[in-house]
Ligand binder design. Structure first.
Ligand SMILES: Cc1cc2nc3c(=O)[nH]c(=O)nc-3n(C[C@H](O)[C@H](O)[C@H](O)COP(=O)(O)OP(=O)(O)OC[C@H]3O[C@@H](n4cnc5c(N)ncnc54)[C@H](O)[C@@H]3O)c2cc1C
Length: 385
């Protein structure tokens, strides 16, 4: 299958690493709702989770397109990078907006795996996608901020030492712009747990280690403020674009996995005395999913290139995420259809990946919000909200 390839050496090495974690491994975790600790450990030791950390802090200092290659190949191998992909983009907030002291303290430890930064706390039950309405507050008290509120859908908190947390430090109605007055705190989960932070796991469609968080007078040292107080939204925006591009790359990996599976099965499975893939009713939708994937992959590449060149990449990051998540879903749907009844059997991994890839049309940002962004910001139509 023609699929063009940046970073071939990295891709080959990631595929090799992933071959130690075959379908049975992911199936067992899925049925136990367990975290892929060994896989994350292997990726960390091989240095793949620190590809974006500059060399001076112990990482490889590679561009976002290299991180895309890593995540795409994990998904294409049948695994799930959702367990650890946040480490790649959350550290960007610290890298771009953290003080020298914060960077020197945390980034080398994140790079060598002794500290895990896997949690990114933005979403809240009452605000949903409307981030400016978050209600979790941080009030300065001496050398600390005192945090109260609630977050929902915060993933990997039970497998992370640190969390990037978005809070309100000035009430929304006292700010000139509704995105002002929010701040970013680095929370050390090891100190916080049981001292004002409670974590409650959420059971989900797929194995995703996501949780609800409750803050009750949690004290966070003021020195853990990242960037300027009140300008936190800007600090996380860059990270969000990186997140969208990386997750789009994961969707491309998923889509390619599904389409390769579909084509293989269509060649092998014989019904009515011939391979089912000889029927155009089977082969055309698989070809269409492939075409959709390759087109989306070009947009992912373009978004990553713009991001790596330091140019505005917001529109392309959003469009790449939308196209790639729709391509992976189309490929997933066709993969189930091609497998007939066997698509529903866990041993084929198709139903597991089908459940896993569905997430990406909702999180990290839902399709409607991307459409709204493009309609209003790119095409100049009036806002509906
Ligand atoms: C498994 C999982 C893991 C997650 N991990 C994290 C994480 O680690 N950190 C984190 O901060 N968040 C995380 N999220 C949250 C995720 O980013 C949100 O679920 C997502 O942004 C949508 O927010 P919501 O669920 O509140 O939906 P809502 O905002 O309630 O929206 C519901 C639906 O309505 C649509 N909608 C809302 N407003 C409009 C409008 N004006 N016009 C048209 N349609 C609209 C949305 O598109 C969506 O389809 C995760 C979510 C899931 C499910």
């Amino acid at each position: 299958m023609a699929a063009e390839k940046t970073y071939p050496e990295i891709r080959d090495a990631v595929v090799k690493l992933c071959s130690q974690f075959p379908g049975e491994y992911w199936r067992r975790l899925d049925s136990d709702k367990a975290y892929p600790t060994e896989f994350v450990q292997a990726l960390t030791e091989a240095g793949y989770l620190s590809v974006l950390i500059p060399e001076e802090y112990g990482g490889s200092g590679l561009p976002l397109s290299a991180a895309c290659a890593v995540l795409e190949e994990i998904q294409r191998s049948g695994g799930n990078g959702g367990a650890c992909h946040a480490q790649m983009y959350t550290m960007g907030t610290m890298l771009r907006h953290g003080s020298e002291e914060q960077k020197n303290t945390y980034l080398p430890a994140i790079a060598d795996g002794s500290l895990r930064l896997q949690a990114f706390g933005v979403t809240e039950p009452s605000s949903g996608t409307d981030t400016s309405r978050i209600r979790t507050t941080a009030v300065r008290d001496g050398d600390d901020y005192v945090v109260n509120g609630q977050k929902v859908w915060i993933s990997r908190t039970q497998h992370s030492d640190l969390m990037i947390l978005l809070v309100r430090t000035t009430p929304r109605d006292e700010c000139a712009k509704h995105t002002d007055g929010m701040s970013v705190l680095l929370v050390d989960m090891r100190d916080a747990l049981g001292n004002g932070l409670t974590i409650k796991p959420i059971d989900t469609l797929m194995n995703h280690a996501t949780t609800e968080l409750f803050f009750d007078d949690l004290r966070v040292p003021a020195q853990n403020l990242i960037g300027e107080e009140g300008r936190g939204f800007r600090c996380i925006l860059d990270g969000m674009n990186a997140e969208r591009i990386l997750i789009a790359a994961e969707c491309i990996g998923d889509a390619r996995w599904f389409t390769e599976k579909s084509a293989q099965y269509a060649r092998d499975r014989e019904v009515f005395g011939r391979p089912i893939g000889q029927n155009q009713g089977i082969q055309f939708p698989i070809a269409r999913a492939h075409i959709q994937t390759e087109a989306a992959a070009l947009m992912v590449e373009r978004a990553a290139d713009l991001y790596d060149a330091g140019k505005p990449a917001g529109a392309e990051a959003n469009m790449a995420k939308l196209l790639a998540s729709e391509a992976s879903w189309a490929a997933a749907d066709q993969c189930i259809q091609t497998h007939g009844g066997y698509g529903f059997a866990t041993e084929y991994d198709v139903e597991r990946k089908f459940r896993e890839t569905r997430l990406y049309q909702v999180a990290p940002v839902s399709t409607n919000l991307i459409l709204s962004f493009v309609a209003t910001q790119e095409l100049g139509m009036p806002r509906s909200f």
